[in-house]
Design a protein around this ligand. Structure first.
Ligand SMILES: Cc1cc2nc3c(=O)[nH]c(=O)nc-3n(C[C@H](O)[C@H](O)[C@H](O)COP(=O)(O)O)c2cc1C
Length: 397
């Protein structure tokens, strides 16, 4: 692989390299979206549709992308979204993601469904680490799990709430990649067609850890990716409601956010229940296919909750300019899962770091071009001819 830039000059380069290094079923599991992929495409298209104007002769020699979230200094307003099964793209992938984030100085979110123990991911994150919770309807089980998350040292937890039922991902069925995983002839053929992945990921996994497992699952639940998904039957996520969040609030002293919201009404409920923030997300186009892009939702959610809670968005950013645009419409921070996963598939920790480095250098360059010295200066004044949903610029910005 070429020097520290890995021959990848943007996120799309990492994506194409990842495509070459992964069995088709695994690449598409990461890359694709639900049903007709309307939301998947729209997420990125909305970012691209916004035009920003340069400002000249502004002395931007002292500019910085650095900011803070929940009292923690971060190198840029960007974090890694939780991604289940990151260990499928790179052996021990979750640890590499956490190390890359720690090196860049941004948060990485460990997923409930990761294939590495949460304790190992926490240690690798060196303080730059959040936790993502999938609740079980059996609240005793959930409570014990939350105690473990707390005891591990996590201080910020996102509860993902956009999956009351499982999603419709037709490409997974076609690839023979539905959960529980079955070693179908199609899947075996895809794996054998990619001996590099077998050597880099499959063999070390089996030698060091045995079969791929959701190792964090409580013992009452199935954990092997090949097991019948008793988890779904057992947990009845479709019965979940705000009372469950209130119970988590009572037992979690740290920062608590819900992830997967679209509606400002839900954000108001989150604020009224003492949560610290929301993550507006359509799960990267992996659930509700006709969902709006989170970027478009920021202004109405901000208007509804003001500064009571943090508004974080994910789904679709692929350029540093996208982070700039998200903050300019009112978001506090941006997250994304796929870019660092592509990087992980390409070169483990170094590849994930490369993805973060691309975002940071692009963001810094664009800030200079538009005459911005720090993220507090970002506002709707940066846009040229914005659509109606973008807040109007006023004299102060
Ligand atoms: C392979 C993969 C696995 C994911 N697993 C989870 C998960 O376990 N929990 C969760 O809250 N979100 C999960 N997500 C959604 C991400 O957290 C995030 O919302 C999404 O990646 C945003 O889209 P983007 O990466 O295109 O920006 C997953 C996404 C991908 C691509």
């Amino acid at each position: 692989m070429a020097g520290s830039d890995l021959g990848a000059y943007n996120i799309e380069d990492l994506r194409l390299k990842a495509k070459n290094r992964l069995p088709r079923g695994i690449f598409e599991y990461v890359d694709r979206g639900a049903e007709d992929e309307i939301a998947l495409r729209h997420n990125t298209a909305v970012y691209r549709s916004l035009k920003i104007k340069n400002r000249v002769l502004m002395d931007v020699s002292e500019r910085t992308t650095a900011t803070e979230i929940f009292g923690q200094k971060i190198t840029m307003p960007f974090g890694i979204s939780p991604t289940a099964s990151a260990g499928l793209v790179c052996e021990g992938g979750e640890v590499g993601l956490a190390r890359a984030a720690a090196r860049m100085g941004v948060p990485c979110t460990a997923a409930t469904s990761s294939l590495t123990p949460m304790e190992d991911i926490y240690e690798a994150g060196n303080g730059n680490i959040w936790f993502q919770l999938y609740m079980w309807t059996d609240m005793d089980l959930t409570a014990r799990f939350v105690e473990r998350v707390k005891a591990t040292g996590f201080e910020t937890m996102l509860v993902t709430v956009d999956g009351p039922v499982s999603s419709n991902r037709e490409y997974n069925y076609r690839n023979g990649f539905a959960m529980p995983l079955r070693y179908s002839p199609r899947l075996i053929a895809q794996v054998l067609a990619n001996p590099g992945w077998c050597l880099r990921v499959l063999a070390p996994q089996y030698l060091k850890r045995g079969p791929f497992r959701k190792v964090n699952n409580p013992p009452e639940l199935a954990s092997k990716l090949t097991q019948v998904d008793v988890e779904t039957a057992y947990t009845k996520p479709s019965a979940q409601n705000w009372d469950h969040i209130k119970r988590i609030r009572d037992m979690w002293p740290g920062n608590l956010l819900v992830k997967g919201l679209h509606s400002w009404e839900d954000a108001v409920i989150a604020a009224d229940n003492g949560l610290q923030g929301v993550v507006l997300s359509n799960h990267g186009g992996r659930y509700l296919d006709s969902a709006p892009a989170p970027l478009e939702l920021v202004p109405e959610v901000r208007a509804a909750v003001g500064d009571r809670i943090k508004i974080i968005i994910d789904s679709g950013p692929r350029r540093g300019s996208d982070i700039v645009k998200a903050l300019a419409v009112g978001a506090d921070m941006v997250m994304s899962g796929r870019p660092t996963l592509y990087g992980s598939a390409v070169a483990g920790e170094a590849g994930s770091y490369r993805a973060l480095e691309i975002f940071q250098t692009e963001m810094d360059r664009v800030m200079a071009q538009i005459g911005i010295n720090n993220v507090e200066e970002l506002g709707p004044q940066i846009f040229w001819n914005p659509p109606d949903w973008v807040p109007k610029a006023n004299a102060s910005n």
